[in-house]
Design a binder for this molecule. Structure first.
Ligand SMILES: Cc1ncc(COP(=O)(O)O)c(C=O)c1O
Length: 370
C-alpha cells in the first residue's frame, strides 16, 4: 500500500478475490445441483473482469456473463476454455467476432436469431445461443408476439442453432413482497412449456434467495459475488469485497468557528480537527452523500463533513487521537464496517452504481489468490 504506484495514485482500492470466491461458493452451494454462473459485466462491477473471472474460474465457475462483445473478446483472451455469454445480442456486423471468439450470444429479438442463423449457415456448423424471453421487464428480450412466432416454428427459427439455455430476468426480486416476481416465474414456466427443451435460467442474485423454484438449471448472480447485499430486506449474507482508502493531505486544527468546503454547508464550532483527503466525486464517491456517513481513521470514527468535491473529501477527526493523524495517513471510506450498500444509501443510489463507478484513479491492490 505504500508502493511508489500507490503514492502516485494517492488512493488505494483493495479488492479481496478470496471474498469473491467465497461468495461464489456460498451461492453455488445454495443452488446446487443448478449451475452457478458469474455475471462479470461492467468490468466485474468495477472490480476488474479479468482478475475476478480468473479467480472464479480457478474456484470452479465455468459460465460467465458479460454485456458487450468487446468485454467478451477481452475475457476470452484470459479464459480460453470458459463458457462466455454476451448479453447484448447479435447486432448486425458482430456475428463474425462472436463466432470467431467462441462467444455465446443471447438472442433478445427474432432479428438476433435471424442473423445468427445466417452466420451458422455461412459457416456450415451449428452455433450456440441463449434465448432471452421477456417475462415482464419490458427492457430487452423476446416480446410476447415474438415468442408466439418462435413457438409456432422452432425448427425453422432455430435452424442451425443449439439452444444452450432459455433465460429471463426478474424486475423486482430485491423487493420480497412484490407479486411481480411470482408472476414472472409463472410466465417463464409457461414460455418454457412452449419451446424446445433446454436448460433454463431466471435468477439474478436476489432471485436466488426466493428459493428453489427460482433456480432452474443455471443462476446468474452478479452483485452478490461482488459483496453487495442481494437481500436488502435483511442483513447482507455475503462477504465484503472492497476496502477504499483515501490519502490524508492535510490535518487542520480548528480553534474558532468556521465553515468547511463548497457552499459552506458545514460549520465547525472548534476546537476540533478537520482532515482533508484525496477522494471525490470524480472517483465515484457520490456527491449526494455530502455530509453523510462516518469514515474511519485507524479504526476511529470520523464523520464525513461538508460537500464532496471533485477530488477531495473532509472528515471531522476530532475524536481521533492526535498520534493517528498525519499527512500521508489513511482515511477508510468503505470497508467491513461501512458497506458499499451503506454508502449507496447515503448517496441516494444503489450498491451497483457505487461499485461500477469506482474510479480509474485508484491504485488497485488485489488480495487473495490470483
Ligand atoms: C440479464 C442479467 N442477469 C443477471 C444479472 C445480475 O444481476 P445481479 O447483479 O442483481 O445479481 C444482470 C445484471 O443486471 C442481468 O442484466
Amino acid at each position: 500500500m505504500d508502493s511508489p504506484a500507490a503514492r502516485r495514485a494517492g488512493n488505494v482500492l483493495l479488492i479481496d478475490l478470496d471474498a469473491v470466491v467465497q461468495n461464489w461458493r456460498a451461492v453455488a452451494a445454495r443452488v446446487a445441483p443448478a449451475e452457478c454462473a458469474a455475471v462479470v459485466k461492467a468490468d466485474a462491477y468495477g472490480l476488474g473482469a479479468v482478475p475476478v473471472a480468473k479467480a472464479l474460474w480457478r474456484a470452479g465457475a465455468r459460465t460467465f456473463f458479460v454485456a458487450e462483445l468487446e468485454a467478451g473478446v477481452r475475457l476470452r483472451a484470459a479464459l480460453p476454455e470458459a463458457r462466455l455469454v454476451v448479453l447484448h445480442g447479435i447486432p448486425a456486423g458482430t456475428e463474425g467476432d462472436l463466432a470467431d471468439n467462441g462467444l455465446i450470444p443471447v438472442a433478445n429479438t427474432l432479428g438476433d436469431l435471424e442473423r445468427w442463423r445466417a452466420k451458422a449457415a455461412a459457416l456450415g456448423r451449428p452455433l450456440p445461443v441463449i434465448g432471452h424471453i421477456d417475462t415482464g421487464m419490458n427492457r430487452i428480450g423476446l416480446e410476447a408476439a415474438e415468442l408466439d412466432r418462435l413457438a409456432a416454428d422452432p425448427a425453422g427459427l432455430l435452424r442451425g442453432l443449439t439452444v444452450q439455455a432459455w433465460m429471463s430476468h426478474l424486475a423486482c426480486a430485491d423487493h420480497p413482497d412484490n407479486p411481480m416476481t411470482a408472476a414472472q416465474l409463472g410466465r417463464f414456466r409457461a414460455a418454457l412449456a412452449r419451446l424446445p427443451t433446454a436448460p433454463a435460467s431466471l435468477s439474478n442474485s436476489a432471485g436466488i434467495f426466493h428459493g428453489r423454484d427460482y433456480h432452474f438449471d443455471l443462476v446468474r448472480p452478479g452483485i452478490a459475488l461482488h459483496g453487495g447485499n442481494p437481500t436488502p430486506w435483511q442483513d447482507n449474507p455475503m462477504r465484503p469485497v472492497v476496502r477504499l482508502l483515501g490519502r490524508i493531505l492535510q490535518v487542520r486544527h480548528v480553534d474558532a468557528p468556521m465553515t468547511v468546503g463548497y457552499d459552506a454547508t458545514h460549520r465547525v464550532q472548534g476546537p476540533g480537527t478537520v482532515v482533508g483527503f484525496s477522494i471525490g466525486y470524480a472517483d465515484g464517491y457520490p456527491w449526494a452523500a455530502s455530509g453523510k456517513g462516518v469514515a474511519r481513521i485507524e479504526g476511529y470514527p470520523a464523520p464525513v463533513i461538508g460537500r464532496v468535491s471533485m477530488d477531495l473529501l473532509t472528515v471531522d477527526a476530532s475524536a481521533v487521537p492526535p498520534e493517528h493523524l498525519h499527512e500521508g495517513g489513511w482515511v477508510e471510506v468503505i470497508g467491513p464496517w461501512r458497506s458499499v450498500d451503506q454508502v449507496a444509501l447515503e448517496g441516494g443510489t444503489i450498491s451497483y452504481e457505487v461499485l461500477t463507478r469506482l474510479g480509474s484513479r485508484y491504485h488497485r491492490v488485489y488480495l487473495g489468490s490470483q
